[in-house]
Design a protein around this ligand. Structure first.
Ligand code: TRP
Ligand code: SF4
Length: 400
């Protein structure tokens, strides 16, 4: 009943690097050929942790959108927009907040993790606690069914599914559904009926997943009820009836194997990145000065690729033939490290060529990016308005 739609967002962290390209953007580029795609800049999400550093946001947003385009995200296939330019996200976030148990938010693993990690910042804020709910609003407002994300974001998608279920339960009931479900409960027999109702309350009032599981098991093991009643009982547990906000699925993006210049994962916070749009001289210099196996002090000292960050790059950029050449040459001191690095330099520059080409017109004329984002925002707003009409109406705020 809903179209096949992909949505994903990224916080505006500024210039993206090859880790973003290999891990996330290549995937987006592929998806845009297979589904309707919406990609947005989560600038409000950036504020949840960087509310004290707002000067950089705008430039980061434009740089990031140019990098998306540089990677091959095609404005004629995918809408690109900015979260804060579609205020309906905030309205849905507010309405969802009315029915979101605090315990659900406190239990999201990123909440405690991030608070512990970012100790230099006070993250005991209302906004930060609401981070996953804002993300739910981002997704549900487009009724998106696929959300490409990395492993760390999967709990947020799970959370979103629970929010959708709860919303549909509270506001998606069709006329007569409740009475029919109540009648079905009676057919369980008084003992089981009582248990079902207790478990249902526990799940709906406290978000107790174990209670939901137990209630489902109870329904499964009740032999003598009709199929229709069984479906009602399942639906009634979580809120059957009309689906106003469909549950999204996480499309798990495989963790990028992209190493950083020092062998750790490529990340801005490790200062070991190659930016997607670093110029050729910078790339050459960064790779030529990469550390190698410390055993290779002199050109004649043999080394071991397993102890060398450059080898990680060969795993991304080289075929078997070249990898053999590296392994043999390194272990026998038959090749020098600069020689070994040259094909990596060539491969990275070759990968970046089309990126630079695609970015160029947008760097020359910034109004082109503004226009693409304006179009994307308009498309997003149309979809968001439609959802909000249904949401308001189902929550008693139709006022027609
Ligand atoms: N939380 C995501 C991240 O840090 C960014 C994000 C915000 C997002 N809203 C979203 C991702 C909606 C997917 C869908 O990576
Ligand atoms: Fe690393 Fe290559 Fe030098 Fe071996 S030859 S240490 S793999 S850069």
């Amino acid at each position: 009943m809903f179209v096949d739609r992909v949505l994903s967002g990224m916080r505006p962290t500024g210039m993206l690097h090859l880790g973003h390209y290999q891990g996330v953007l290549k995937n987006w580029v592929r998806l845009q050929h297979e589904h309707e795609c919406l990609f947005f800049v989560a600038d409000w999400h950036a504020l949840t942790t960087h509310y004290d550093d707002v000067a950089v946001i705008e430039q980061n947003v434009w740089d990031m959108v140019i990098d998306w385009i540089a990677a091959g995200v095609d404005p004629s296939r995918a809408a690109m927009f900015i979260q804060s330019q579609v205020p309906e996200h905030a309205e849905l976030h507010l309405l969802l907040s009315m029915m979101t148990p605090l315990g659900w938010l406190e239990r999201v693993p990123t909440y405690k993790d991030q608070q512990e990690k970012l100790t230099e910042k006070d993250l005991s804020t209302y906004g930060f606690l609401g981070y996953p709910l804002l993300q739910s609003a981002d997704i549900l407002i487009y009724r998106a069914n696929h959300v490409p994300v990395g492993e760390d974001q999967v709990p947020h998608i799970e959370f979103t599914r629970e929010i959708a279920r709860r919303f549909n339960h509270l506001f998606g009931k069709e006329p007569g559904f409740e009475q029919k479900a109540e009648a079905a409960i009676k057919k369980l027999g008084s003992k089981k009926a009582k248990l079902y109702e207790d478990l249902r309350d526990r799940y709906q009032e406290q978000g107790d997943d174990a209670a939901l599981e137990a209630a489902r098991a109870l329904i499964m093991e009740s032999q003598n009820i009709a199929l229709g009643d069984r479906e009602r009982l399942f639906g009634y547990l979580e809120g059957g009836g009309k689906v106003i906000l469909p549950e999204p699925q996480a499309l798990l993006t495989e963790a990028s194997k992209m190493p950083g210049l020092d062998g750790n994962k490529m990340s801005k916070s490790y200062n070991n990145t190659i930016a997607m749009r670093d110029d050729a001289d910078t790339v050459t210099k960064k790779i030529r000065t990469m550390p190698t196996d410390p055993a290779r002090v002199r050109r004649t000292d043999p080394g071991d690729p397993a102890k060398c960050p450059v080898w990680q790059f060969h795993l991304v950029y080289s075929d078997d033939g070249r990898r053999n050449w590296v392994t043999e040459g390194c272990k026998s001191a038959g090749i020098g490290c600069l020689e070994c690095k040259q094909p990596i330099i060539d491969a990275v520059l070759a990968e970046q060529g089309p990126m630079r080409e695609r970015a160029e017109p947008y760097l020359e004329d910034p109004t082109l990016v503004r226009n693409i984002v304006a179009d994307g925002c308009e498309r997003a707003r149309d979809l968001a308005r439609e959802t909000m009409r249904d949401v308001r109406e189902s929550m008693g705020l139709g006022y027609t």
